[in-house]
Design a protein around this ligand. Structure first.
Ligand code: HAM
Length: 489
């Protein structure tokens, strides 16, 4: 019996459907246009990357890397099947694949295979030995570890290094849009495949004006798509020198230790692993304790404090309203100095529509030259949700012209008319089969068409076409060139 169970999109993923996709397109076109006016160009990195790149950039201890990445082994195609040859034959084939470069050279893999062969008598023909062998070999990591990208800053930095972009005029200003993947618990505004629109500025120094202009750009974009009721929070988390953030983190740790008994289990654990993240806590009973903790703004080194003050001044110069939020620490390891987040209305607990910050040193950490960096990423899904909640969703898309035709000759004319109208930029529905005019007009109405073009054999032989305006039912007669003129007007 055929299996009739229905397929569904995987948990945390979803289909974006019309008419909503029209709004997605509008948002993306606006991003292209606005970012272009700030001198940014588009980059399209791949959606999977070496796991090692992401772990190093985002941080191995972060939730994103340690819990949420979709990671898999990229086993090369055409590798020998361990079930189809003797263990020795298989070992030889793996060596050959490594020598030819089909497989990464990995002495550890060869050593493991040889060890198994020596120690477990797997050369015997017994069924049991064969099963142990297969179980062992299939569990072996033969290929590289790759991951679906949970974010794209790491990719952009990798590309900057890989393509020697430090030789271009600095700074290099890039933006991207596309899907990201995190295995988070799905809820409103949180998905496992979600979309970001992001931008990065690489190189060219760390002038506070760069921070401010990047923030001005994202605020301009939100304004252009008419996202209302947003709030911009900013902070500085200093830098990684002994007289700056590390000294503050020690003070914070000491204060947290004193209040340890009153904190929840998660925060207690974070005192050791990542004390800054305690500031993120939303737990009601921890709030009074957090309110008394030392604040990083009071402990920045002189350079970071001056930078932060200058960023704020630069934002004021640009008329960008912000709120200082000393608890804004962000969940990725690469940040230093300026961090920011933008929240929007109508989103419940997942209300951050944009996050970003400065990450000087990341390019160097990934093997490139010492390079400044700053950027942001907008959560497009959340942006769309917020627009919809405030009544700015997309209207269902209609057609400009529905061609109601009857008869062989009329159909030939209808095909030509459709072609000409489409070339002139009008959306046209040309039904593939004939139907009575009454039925056709009903359908035109259902599709939300603005006009119906009525083409019967009479109209065609007279060269005079009838155009019906569906909203009020009025009809007008036109020759073909007149019709085009009328519609264009
Ligand atoms: P992030 O804060 O991890 O930063 O993500 C940026 C935005 O992506 C969030 O504010 C949110 O709107 C959206 N987002 C994140 N996870 C999800 C999810 N599971 N479902 C829906 N939306 C989500 C970054 O990714 C950094 N790379 C930003 C950046 C660029 N910093 C410097 N340059």
């Amino acid at each position: 019996m055929a299996n009739k169970s229905k397929f569904q999109a995987i948990r945390g993923t979803r289909d974006l459907l019309p008419p909503e996709t029209a709004l997605w397109n509008h948002v993306e076109e606006t991003a292209h246009a606005v970012f272009d006016t700030f001198g940014f160009s588009e980059i399209r990195p791949p959606i999977f990357e070496p796991t090692e790149l992401l772990a190093r950039a985002v941080g191995g201890e972060t939730d994103i890397v340690s819990k949420e990445m979709y990671t898999f082994e990229d086993r090369a195609g055409g590798l020998p099947d361990p079930g189809e040859m003797s263990p020795d034959g298989f070992l030889n084939e793996i060596k050959r694949a490594m020598n030819s470069g089909q497989l990464a050279n990995d002495a550890a893999v060869i050593a493991q295979l040889e060890f198994q062969l020596e120690n477990y008598n797997l050369r015997s023909d017994s069924e049991r030995a064969r099963l142990i062998w297969l179980y062992f070999v299939r569990g072996l990591r033969l290929g590289d570890s790759i991951s679906l990208r949970p974010e794209a800053t790491a990719s952009v930095c990798r590309a900057y290094i890989e393509h020697n972009m430090q030789q271009l005029p600095q700074p290099v200003k890039l933006y991207y849009m596309g899907p990201m993947f995190r295995r988070e618990r799905p809820q409103k505004g949180r998905y496992r495949q979600f979309y970001q629109i992001g931008a990065e500025v690489l190189g060219g120094g760390d002038a506070p004006a760069i921070d401010a202009e990047v923030i001005e750009m994202v605020m301009t974009f939100f304004d252009r798509v008419r996202l209302s009721g947003i709030e911009l929070d900013i902070n500085s988390i200093g830098h990684n020198a002994p007289n700056c953030r590390p000294a503050y983190v020690e003070k914070l740790k000491a204060a947290l230790e004193k209040a340890k008994d009153k904190l929840g289990a998660d925060s207690q654990r974070r005192i050791e692993t990542n004390p800054l993240r305690v500031l993120d806590s939303k737990l009601e009973h921890e709030q009074p304790i957090i309110a008394t903790l030392p604040r990083i703004a009071d402990h920045l080194c002189a350079e970071c404090a001056a930078h932060y003050a200058a960023v704020k001044r630069q934002l004021e110069l640009r008329g960008v309203f912000f709120k200082e939020n000393w608890r804004l620490v962000r969940g990725l390891d690469y940040y230093m100095r300026t961090t920011f987040e933008i929240t929007a209305k109508g989103l419940g607990s997942q209300n951050a529509v944009c996050g970003g910050g400065r990450y000087d040193g990341l390019v160097e950490l990934l093997g490139g030259p010492a390079t400044n960096g700053i950027g942001f990423a907008i959560g497009e899904d959340r942006l769309i949700l917020s627009l919809q909640e405030s009544g700015k969703g997309a209207a269902p898309q209609g057609r400009d012209v529905y061609i109601a035709w009857m008869g062989e000759r009329a159909y030939a004319t209808a095909i030509r008319a459709a072609k000409n109208l489409r070339n002139a930029g009008f959306s046209v529905e040309l039904p593939p089969t004939e139907s009575k005019f009454g039925k056709a007009l009903e359908r035109a109405d259902k599709l939300g068409s603005r006009y119906a073009l009525i083409l019967g054999d009479n109209e065609v032989s007279e060269g005079s076409w009838t155009l019906k305006t569906l909203a009020d039912g009025t009809q007008q007669k036109f020759t073909e060139p007149e019709l085009l003129e009328f519609l264009k007007a």
